[in-house]
Ligand binder design. Structure first.
Ligand code: GLC
Ligand code: CA
Length: 537
């Protein structure tokens, strides 16, 4: 399958479906739901990391890349998943975390025990004080001192996630081996975790004005490293697709990463559109979303990637983000309208859509009562910092509720039974109380079914070359409205999505309407969150 044809679905494995009552989602649970996913119409599943891990960062801290975390099942279960998915026309994409390992990984343990060979797998520095002023993305310093070695090691994420040294050819060979191992298991893609952070500068400098990200983001040798990875692993595979998670990246770099001529990746995720409600890049400060900025970003990135023959991976929710309906949309009467408008907006754009489990039934944020319900390490660090900065518990919790990654990780809401049909046991992360009103079973009975809408939009996208290959042109002239055309071989469509909870004046041309999330169309006015697709014949 070509990257243009992919409709991906991200599963947060831990929270999707538990089959043995331990409260943790598992691989047999995914197999059980493959028919559901087939009905939805997706053709790729991205699984969050399934390897052995101490789970400090829910699997993004890998201890052993070659083994399945027993909480999720066995290697036989995994092989079965690949086969069963394949028989339904669905491919599996695995998450590869190659910027860092867990400090429980054997390499790191041997490094700590004094083996220099393994110290050179990581970034250890001798220094009187912290080698640079870089901040960890999860709060605090990015350096940790190891007394018995009298050295510091770099961790851009948690202190238990040590950054790997991609300058070391031996380490790179080890990483290729891992990638090839899973490729040979029959997976058809990889999602590379924070892959644009793997190239650190040769000289480690500080910038007192920043957290240091400019030194290692899209770093000096990153394109070379990714190209080598490609050529040594998946590059020659037919029908294989890769997506890189690009932290704080630029359009030019994303074009390079995803222009197929460069032999790097098939497509890139970027996060600029998910910062329209941040203040100066700060996640833990609340601000209303700036939808003009969002629409402007859609224009720049969609058209910019097109000009450079790059390819976007489009999404608005994932396991690191709050649920977009709570964040930007509507949790109440207009939940259906908001869910369908945002879905239409991003799924029909130029690029590969990545749907995040639960958005197809309009799931909302967790809404837990206290910090004790949250599990995520980043959330707890942020809470601590907020309290230390003088915020009261109430003030801190308003921010945590809005921004915690656990919002996106709550158990899937299948039905109204206990624990939302996710488990017969006690879920690892509490079920959100909204599940009694919002779940797949109820949604299917509703004549305004969000799930049905997703099915229709996916099928529209899959069956029209204009949406698969077509040229995109974004018209950002009407405030609050994402309007664009897709055109291929003379077939042309217009997509119009009101992203706001208010009526907006706009002249709708008299072309045939093939999709509409309201019963009617007024030629001069869009209803709140109204989404329309027209065909120009
Ligand atoms: C990526 C993952 C996130 C993880 C981080 C460190 O951003 O999506 O969940 O915490 O990398 O691996
Ligand atoms: Ca389980």
């Amino acid at each position: 399958m070509k990257r243009e044809e992919i409709i991906a679905y991200e599963i947060y494995v831990k929270s999707f479906n538990d089959t043995n009552g331990d409260g943790i989602g598992d691989i047999p649970g995914i197999i059980e739901k493959l028919d559901y996913l087939k009905e939805l119409g997706i053709n790729y599943i991205w699984l969050t990391p399934i390897y052995i891990s101490p789970q400090k960062d829910n699997g993004y801290d890998v201890e052993d890349y070659y083994k399945i975390n027993p909480d999720y099942g066995t290697m036989e279960d995994f092989d079965k998943l690949v086969d069963e998915a394949k028989s339904r026309g669905i491919n599996i994409m695995l998450d590869m975390v190659l910027n860092h390992t867990s400090t429980e990984h054997e390499w790191f343990k041997r490094a700590l025990a004094g083996e220099e060979k393994y110290q050179d797998y990581y970034i250890f520095k001798e220094s009187e004080k912290e080698p640079t002023n870089w901040k960890s993305k999860f709060g605090g310093s990015a350096w940790e001192y190891v007394e018995n070695l009298n050295k510091w090691y770099l961790h851009l994420f948690d202190v238990t996630q040590a950054d790997l040294n991609w300058e070391n050819p031996e380490l790179k060979e080890e990483l290729y081996k891992i990638v090839n191992f899973w490729k040979e298991k029959g997976v058809k893609g990889f999602r590379f975790d924070v892959i644009n952070l793997i190239s650190k500068p040769q000289e480690f400098n500080s910038n007192p004005e920043t957290d240091g990200r400019e030194f290692y983001t899209d770093g000096p040798r990153v394109h070379e490293f990714i190209r080598e990875l490609n050529l040594n692993t998946f590059g020659s595979e037919e029908g294989f697709s890769t997506v890189g998670e690009m932290s704080s990246t630029s359009l030019d770099n994303c074009i390079k990463y995803s222009n197929l001529e460069n032999d790097e990746l098939s497509m890139t995720f970027n996060f600029h559109h998910l910062k329209i409600d941040y203040v100066n890049n700060q996640k833990w400060v609340l601000k209303d979303p700036d939808f003009e900025e969002l629409i402007g970003l859609y224009k720049n990135w969609s058209e910019g990637m097109q000009v450079g023959n790059g390819w976007m991976a489009n999404f608005i929710s994932n396991h690191d983000q709050p649920r977009h309906l709570s964040r930007w949309g509507n949790e109440d009467e207009l939940r259906y309208e908001a869910a369908t408008s945002f879905a239409t907006a991003y799924i029909l754009l130029r690029g590969t859509p990545f749907i995040y489990y639960g958005e197809e039934i309009g799931m909302l944020n967790a809404g837990y009562e206290s910090i004790n319900y949250f599990v995520d390490i980043e959330t707890h660090n942020a809470y601590k910092e907020l309290i230390e900065s003088g915020k009261t518990n109430e003030e801190a919790m308003v921010i945590i509720h809005a921004r915690s990654r656990d919002n996106g990780r709550i158990p899937m809401q299948w039905d109204s039974t206990d624990s939302s049909g996710f488990t017969n046991g006690k879920p690892w992360l509490p079920t959100s109380q909204q599940y009694k009103n919002i779940n797949l079973e109820l949604d299917r009975q509703n004549n305004k079914s969000i799930f049905e809408w997703y099915k229709n939009i996916i099928s529209l996208r899959k069956n029209n070359d204009a949406f698969i290959y077509g040229e995109v042109k974004v018209d950002n002239t009407t405030e609050g409205v994402l309007k664009y055309t897709r055109e291929y071989n003379g077939n042309k469509y217009i997509v119009i999505c009101n992203l706001l909870n208010k009526e907006i004046e706009l002249t709708i041309d008299e072309y045939e309407i093939i999709i509409n999330n309201y019963d009617e169309v007024n030629n001069n006015l869009l209803k709140p969150y109204q989404a329309i697709v027209q065909i120009i014949k």
